[in-house]
Ligand binder design. Structure first.
Ligand SMILES: Cc1ncc(C[n+]2csc(CCOP(=O)(O)OP(=O)(O)O)c2C)c(N)n1
Length: 524
């Protein structure tokens, strides 16, 4: 940076240089007029990779995938209030994943705002709903300092949303000064009191559930949790949806909290203590008439061993040590190779194929919804891999997550497991996958329905749904043609209708490098 400190440059260039010097080298962008100086400055700063996304929901979903895999924030570039509004659904998922991002939103020039031109809106208010920190840069203050602060905020463990609003005249005016982002705080060590409280619960008579989330789902932390479970008989569970779970053969066996309330309650029946490690105590995703919201006995004691931003590995190691579990043998998944030869193309067969053929160190971006209900269980014995799920329930993040993960980890295969309805929210991501030549195999579960909502209709107590109601849950007329949609965006693909064909095409797709889409016709 020193060579550029004294040089005159505009705010946009100063901003990009500050981002790069703060370790932010990827920007997921969808610019407009007010961001043109940022776009122009890209050619003057070498290390910034700017990834064009054709809808803003792709930018924030990709930034989430990138953070989950690198632990480093990316930046976005969004166009005024409407661009930010388009980005919010996946910003919500990103925030729920406890990821960090420097969310840059262009704004009208400061002197232009009072004229209420047609793209004017309350950007600060829109940003406030999904951000931990919002700042509008001004001509009077230092843009570099604002940017450095945004980077620091975004990097605070476990990760935060920092929104920096950039008026066009701040971007085009000269900006001086250098600012360095403060190093991110390291995850805090938990207190001895927290270790003692957890140890006491584990040594008592009761039934203990250990809920693991965030960093506690990484391989080494899971190993410690597995030792604690082996020693004490405590049950381990991940949350219903998890940002990144390291799993597969040779890693600690762990289930997720089931989505259906009755199944979740079965797993927590009789639990007297819930120990939280980077996770929240489980609650139902929705309320249903006559069913509880809490997914554990209300009288159970909740003990927080580690908050999501704390050092989960250290906490689990100390706890294992404290209770004498350091040498216990955890239950590990064995490598499984279920039969995949023939039979109808059912979800169970698909799960078996995934278990056999997921490549070692694959990154799975899972938005499978109904078709994929069993995939998590089906793939415990797959080769070791990372599993990313939809953390905020706002559908349309699967394909963008795949973009971010593939940019974060160019040497690993990304496998996108995608329900068709959810896929339509952000299919523009396929174009970015093609343009950036990302190593992603996309599997589309084409059941041509909002299948999950059929069950939800019954679940909330609606009996005898009429034709109009049923038609709201059908995507069959006209049928979506994903192979053509992908071809139209530069990605090759094939439709398969049999188990044999899926095994063959998926196997070939994951062996070669580069994008490929497989549409599985599950409509019959
Ligand atoms: C942003 C957003 N809009 C709407 C919903 C409500 N919703 C939940 S699931 C679903 C349909 C999912 O259909 P599909 O992706 O095809 O999955 P399937 O159940 O058929 O496997 C909808 C519309 C949501 N969760 N998020």
């Amino acid at each position: 940076m020193s060579d550029t400190t004294a040089k005159t440059m505009n705010g946009a260039e100063r901003l990009i240089r500050t981002l790069v010097s703060g370790g932010i080298e990827v920007s997921f962008a969808n610019p407009g007029t007010s961001e043109m100086h940022f776009v122009a400055a890209l050619d003057r700063v070498e290390r910034m990779r700017c990834v064009l996304c054709l809808h803003e929901t792709v930018t924030t979903g990709a930034a989430d995938g990138y953070y989950r895999m690198t632990g480093k924030p990316a930046s976005t570039l969004l166009h005024l209030g409407p661009g930010l509004a388009n980005a919010l659904a996946n910003l919500h998922n990103l925030k729920r994943a406890r990821s960090g991002v420097v969310n840059i939103v262009g704004e009208h020039a400061t002197y232009h705002l009072r004229h209420d031109a047609l793209l004017t809106s309350d950007v600060q208010a829109i940003a406030g709903t999904m951000s931990h920190w919002v700042r509008t840069a001004t001509l009077e203050t230092s843009l570099a300092e604002d940017c450095a602060e945004a980077i620091s905020v975004a990097s605070q463990p476990p990760g935060q949303v920092a929104t920096l609003i950039l008026p066009a005249d701040v971007a085009w005016s000269d900006a001086v000064g250098l600012a360095a982002a403060r190093p991110a705080a390291v995850p805090a060590q938990v207190s001895d009191t927290a270790i003692e409280a957890a140890a006491k619960a584990l040594s008592g008579e009761g039934r203990v559930l250990i809920m693991l989330g965030t960093r506690a789902l990484r391989e080494e932390a899971l190993l410690q949790a597995g030792k604690i479970a082996a020693k004490t008989g405590a049950r381990l569970s991940a949350e219903v949806a998890n940002a990144r779970l390291q799993r597969g053969a040779g890693r600690v066996a762990i289930e997720r909290m089931p989505y259906p309330i009755s199944a979740a309650l079965e797993t927590t029946q009789g639990v007297t203590h819930v120990i939280l490690v980077g996770a929240k105590a489980p609650v139902a995703v929705f309320a249903y008439p006559g069913k509880p919201s809490l997914l554990y006995p209300p009288e159970a004691e909740i003990i927080t061993l580690a908050a999501p931003g704390d050092d989960a590995l250290d906490a689990l190691e100390r706890l294992a040590d404290r209770i004498g579990a350091s040498k216990s043998l955890p239950l590990l998944n064995g490598r499984q190779r279920p039969d995949i030869s023939t039979g109808a193309l059912t979800p169970a067969k698909i799960g078996a194929i995934l278990c056999n053929l997921l490549p070692e160190q694959a990154i799975v971006a899972d938005e499978s919804i109904t078709t994929g209900r069993g995939f998590f269980k089906d793939t415990h014995g797959a080769a070791p891999h990372d599993w990313l799920s939809l953390t905020g329930g706002s559908i349309g993040e699967g394909l963008p997550l795949a973009v971010g993960a593939a940019i974060a980890c160019p040497d690993r295969k990304v496998v996108s497991l995608q329900a068709d309805g959810a896929g339509m929210y952000s299919l523009q991501a396929i174009w970015t996958i093609a343009r950036e030549r990302l190593d992603v195999t996309i599997c589309i579960w084409a059941n041509r329905a909002y299948a999950i909502l059929k069950g939800e209709l019954a679940g909330v107590g609606v009996e005898n749904a009429g034709k109009k109601a049923q038609s709201m849950l059908s995507l069959g007329d006209p049928p979506l043609d994903w192979v053509k949609l992908a071809a139209g965006m530069g990605v090759e693909g094939l439709r398969v209708t049999s188990t044999e064909a899926f095994a063959e095409v998926f196997g070939a797709a994951v062996r070669r490098k580069g994008p490929f889409l497989i549409e599985l016709d599950l409509s019959s």
